[in-house]
Design a protein around this ligand. Structure first.
Ligand code: SAM
Length: 250
């Protein structure tokens, strides 16, 4: 099966990295009903052709990506494309990010066992599940209530007991559970919300697409070192906007 053109054009071109268009048509041929499909080998193919091939090396991240069933986080009608190299619609005008972006943000976050991670932008819950495979506790906030509810149900059904989902605006983070070793923001804004910087642990990392909405943003990594915030721009990306307080004029 190849990814159809409509899937990678503007409507769903959110939450993906730019400049890898040659890697888009890499899904193996698949046949049969979802029940008959060999999702595990599709996942292995996804890891090898889309993720490892682009330079993700952390073996624990690769194993987590090979383990978490992305098709379970996607509306039933889209499951044929679950392991395609693209973001996909999840309802409410939102998307699940491209698999490579999920792997890259996870590798940049460098999660370890016993740590606490915050995600802003739960969406389908998929990124939270990947993080949950690699760390102690995941706290994830979603502003769109039906998405938060569905993600919570999916994560519970799949047995992820170390993920807590909250409905709300993630702009202010989750102060009761701070500090966090890593913070992943999976929606874009012109500036990093100060409350999230304040909730980073010493030595911790924040990963977020920063830049103009509707345009290309920079996937940015901030590391907190001796109380200072060191910024690094990693990759041009295109994400959906961080809504709510982030959009208020300042
Ligand atoms: N990480 C998600 C996944 O694995 O499916 C994909 C996230 S999607 C690209 C971005 C999500 O951020 C959307 O579901 C959107 O509703 C959510 N969002 C946008 N602004 C938000 C905010 N201020 N607080 C929390 N969530 C927000």
């Amino acid at each position: 099966m190849t990814t159809p053109g409509w899937l990678v054009t503007a409507g769903f071109a959110a939450c993906l990295t730019l400049g890898f268009s040659d890697c888009r048509h890499t899904s193996p041929p698949t046949k049969g009903t979802p029940e008959q499909r060999d999702f595990q080998s599709e996942r292995r193919h996804m890891v090898n052709s889309q993720i490892r091939a682009r330079g993700i090396q952390n073996t624990e991240v690769l194993e987590a990506m090979a383990k978490v069933p992305r098709h379970e986080f996607i509306p039933a009608g889209m499951r044929d494309y679950a392991y395609s190299d693209t973001p996909l619609p999840i309802g409410e005008g939102q998307t699940i990010s491209q698999p490579y972006i999920v792997a890259l943000m996870t590798e940049l976050a460098a999660p370890r066992r016993g740590q606490r991670i915050l995600e802003v932008g739960t969406g389908s819950g998929y990124q939270a599940a990947v993080l949950a495979e690699l760390t102690g506790e995941v706290y994830t906030i979603e502003i769109v209530a039906p998405l938060a509810e569905r993600a919570g149900e999916t994560l519970e059904r799949l047995g992820y007991k170390n993920v807590t989902v909250r409905t709300g605006d993630g702009y202010r983070g989750w102060p009761e559970k701070a500090p966090f070793h890593s913070i992943l923001v999976t929606a874009a804004a012109g500036q990093i919300p100060q409350p999230l910087l304040d909730q980073m642990a010493e030595g911790g990392k924040l990963i977020m697409p920063v830049g103009e909405i509707g345009d290309v943003q920079s996937l940015t990594v901030v590391t907190r070192k001796s109380g200072k915030f060191v910024r690094e721009e990693v990759l041009p990306v295109r994400f959906v906007p961080l809504t709510g307080e982030a959009q208020k004029p300042r």
